[in-house]
Design a binder for this molecule. Sequence first.
Ligand code: MV4
Length: 461
Amino acid sequence: MFKKILIANRGEIALRVICACKELGVKTVAVYSDADRNSLHVRFADEAICIGPPRSSESYLNIPAVISAAEITNVDAIHPGYGLLSENANFAEVCESSHIKFIGPPPEVIRLMGEKEKARQAMKKAKVPILPGSDGVIATAEEAREWATQIGYPVIVKASAGGGGRGMRVIRNESELEGSFNSAQSEAAAAFGNGNLYMEKFIERPRHIEFQVLGDSHGRVISLGERECSIQRRHQKLLEESPSTRVTEEMRSEIGKGLEKSLSEIGYVNAGTVEFLMDEDGSLHFIEMNTRIQVEHPVTEMVTSLDLVKSQILLATGAKITDIIPKIDRKGQRGHAIECRINAEHPEKFTPSAGKIKTFHIPGGLGVRVDTAAYAEGVIPPYYDSLIAKLITFGKDRPEAIMRMQRALEMFIVEGIHTTIPLHRRILADAEFRAGNIDTKYVERLLARMQEERAEVVALT
Ligand code: MV4
């Protein structure tokens, strides 16, 4: 086992990694920016080193500063958390060449999955279902026209180096093709220094469903079932749950087996998430893979009773999957879990709301978990993402998890800044959500309905 791990992150995920290290008896080193001097990750780590000014580009993303901190403190390994340097293949390479274990997949696997078109072809080869689309990158608008005719409109072009929605264009007919192709190409070149594009059939109202996997360094990969992540706005997830109300045991097993085979062939090691879109017919199609631990990993932890962050650390030491999960069971998930992301932002305008928290009361009790680094009188700096807490509930079934989430949301008090708590209360009370009728356009529809309701109240008064 490692003696000491540096955590190259901040906020709730840095605390989450510290929790796992404490349980494993591993010492921890926090790194922090000038804006995070009074953060809890600094307080709870065994050692802490300031690595620069508030802006991430000058601190948490500064590879030489992070590596220097690791060398000064003589750590064996670095946990990158999510975001920041977590999917940076160059960083993973620098760690290895400095004889520091990077807690994540090998650099070449990060690089492969970072090229979405290559990841797509790798999955196709391993018989994981993908959407109809181009084979390889498309060089010219003329070539794009031929593919679109073959696939059938509407289609979508995506940046091979993209993800999270940047460098994408929906093309509904041939007249839009040339303009959209060229603008996506220049946007991708400007954003990623790489204008490579590929094309897929466009799904109008997909559900976003992702599978959690773990791989060991002995060639074994296991699937831990799915998370339903359709409740999002502008590519920011708001609420996630496991299992999905639309994934059957048969689909879970079929996709799971496919992923276990394909990812072990690829040499996937450590935790990863495979993203799928579910079409209107209920079929799942691979879209991309994330080579990190995700924000929403707790919902999988609750239904599998596994500690995914501890598993990441164990796998990085060379442990076998069978050491972590002695009795592998294809139906290893039980109950239902929901996560609400509590963001420091206006619940409807989604504008950031940094500042000082005046009151902070966390709910608790049976089936309630809160992952947070926020506290009363603490300051939310404006430089980083707006997540301040994750509220997770668990129940024997979805209705019980929903009921617990409702009472926990009622008992969660944050004063001094705006948060997404009121929006979550609205979602949990919504008949469509309760019926499981959700897709990636759900939040947009809900906000429109809320506007209408308010207009009616104004008309009555
Ligand atoms: C799509 C799609 C429809 N059809 N691909 C958006 C981010 C990127 N990760 C993939 N995305 C999408 N790809 C095809 N072929 C719709 C989206 C999409 C989306 C996907 C998942 C979650 C939220 C989304 C919001 C808008 C669009």
